[in-house]
Design a binder for this molecule. Sequence first.
Ligand code: DHB
Ligand code: FE
Length: 281
Amino acid sequence: MAKILGGITSSHIPAIGNAIERELFEDPYWKPFFDGYPRVHRWLEEQQPDVAVVIYNDHGLNFFLDKMPTFSIGAAPEYRNADEGWGIKPIPSFRGDPELSWHLIESLVADEFDVTSCQEMLVDHGFTVPMSLMWPDFSYSKVKVIPVCVNTVQHPLPTPARCYKFGQAIGRALESYARDSRVVILGTGGLSHQLDGERAGFINKEFDLMCMEKIVDRPQELTGYSIHDLVRLAGAQGAELIMWLAMRGALTGKVRQLHSNYHIPISNTASGLLLLENGTG
Ligand code: DHB
Ligand code: FE
């Protein structure tokens, strides 16, 4: 059976990939953001996961406005970065785990989540930036990855409640896997941000901090929001919080917060980092 070690939330903005490439870790603008991550690196070093299930959103790379699956899962042996932001970076590709991907797809469909299965998939900043943040110096090749995409781009978006239940179904699917595998779940994106329109640059610190607190012990209290509530309270792209809720749903055990870091702004975005341990019992 797969063991769910814990979950991590992280921002995914493309400017972070650029800062990593330029090694701006000590730069005054970037330092308070990057300083959040060594605690997570140590935990990953201790835990030695075999697989990262990365819940993120595709930003128009695989799926465009004409065809937009609500939930989709990669089942490829390899995933290549094709993010156009700041120029395509020649970073190492990501190793897939088709066997676990197919187990997840079969289990989710049986559990009434009709996901789109993707035997080929390119990945963008929503995926590559969190992976590069978690495993420094692009050392992520030691873990296999399962990309899980949630539509946060083309309305109608799935509700927070639906995404939480989707995460719970991912947790059940992992626990019914016959092979031993140590799994970490990443929930990427957020927190409050709006990239365009009259409210471009909008950030709601109070709402962000409330979400970071509640998602640990009382995630159900965040599932009452509608997507329009999230857009109003957290900005149009702040709706990316639904991927955090999917991650949290997948933590089936006793959840304990090991670390957090909140920093504003990074680019136009409030960046939140949480490390949650999934304990037994
Ligand atoms: C930014 C944030 C995002 O979520 C994204 O996908 C692209 C850019 C930003 O704040 O720059
Ligand atoms: Fe985004």
